[in-house]
Design a binder for this molecule. Sequence first.
Ligand SMILES: Nc1ncnc2c1ncn2[C@@H]1O[C@H](COP(=O)(O)OP(=O)(O)OP(=O)(O)O)[C@@H](O)[C@H]1O
Ligand SMILES: [Mg+2]
Length: 352
Amino acid sequence: MIKDRLGKYGAVYFSGDIKESVEDILGNETKKEILDDFFKALIKYDEFSEQLKNTKLTPNLTVLLYGPPGTGKTSLTRGFAKKYSIPICIVESDRLVSPLLGDTIKNIRGVVELAAEISKERGAFILFFDEIDAVGSERSNIHEVGEIKRAVISFLQVIDRVNYEGVPLAIFGATNHQHQLDSAIWRRFTFHFKFDFPDYNLRKQIIEGFVYKIENAKIGVDNSIFTNLNKEYKEIQDIVKELERKLGRKISEFDDNILWDEVKRKGKIEGLLKLTIGYSGSDIERGTKVALLKAINSELLTYDIFYNSLKMVGGTAIHVERQDILSDARTPTKAQKVFEENKKKLLGPPEI
Ligand SMILES: Nc1ncnc2c1ncn2[C@@H]1O[C@H](COP(=O)(O)OP(=O)(O)OP(=O)(O)O)[C@@H](O)[C@H]1O
Ligand SMILES: [Mg+2]
């Protein structure tokens, strides 16, 4: 019946309906640890709120997930819902927003109150607002600033009330447009988790993960996919180690351009990891699916098919603004500027 009651606002999933598991979303280890504690608290809500009572703090089970599309925000949450057998309603926030302000407010209150009621009746429940920035940003269909504010205020009020009433309802919000999110909404969430494009380490794991799945499905996979990937990975790691030694600091792929500039300068590497800079996990998944269509005809997934399919689908990063992609860390730090100026001295002439 829950599906009927909430159907107007979004899709409801019970653990049996959920395909992905927490383990399917690779990396993000710190988030997973914190989310494990979070969901343990949610399923033992009575005990947890009893403990909090003594501290005079009200439980506040709210989480904001932000970052570029296809980086695992929805899947990871759904994976946790499955792991802890908690039903989840994924609300498409756009659906709440109506040109009639009165309706927007009614919808926002309606969905939260309904979810609160359900969790009071039958225990832990998750309400996941996808694209939460649709409520309360220039992106919403509401045109007047004053109206946006009123929609935001009603959202905040209803969340505050749920927290205050103490029901085992977790409220999640996800957004790709964190810069446009009203700061009052931002503050309402206790946890903020940033999702990012995977770095080359994680891309290697994601690529291998998908190729293993293909092997498990008894589709032939040319071993050169793994050997090329390992070779490229080792070459990149060697460059990273050398750079870190010269610079005396850790470098991350997205902090600055040093790593890939150096790879380019050496002119050696042309592989899957280099190709997939700025790809999300979802882009890699799409590429894999395209490759599968071709591989089914030739009965073997070759390195070339895989490479070309990934190339064809392209990465998400080029479609989103630079500041969104690579976070604030992309603005060069003083140390990086000094490095840029002295790069030649530090690195020596290019290798041929
Ligand atoms: N870290 C990862 N490891 C493995 N697969 C991943 C990873 N990130 C994303 N994927 C793949 O991409 C798919 C889509 O991810 P998901 O829909 O959860 O992204 P999202 O962050 O919610 O995107 P959006 O912001 O567009 O809603 C996942 O089901 C998974 O197959
Ligand atoms: Mg999503």
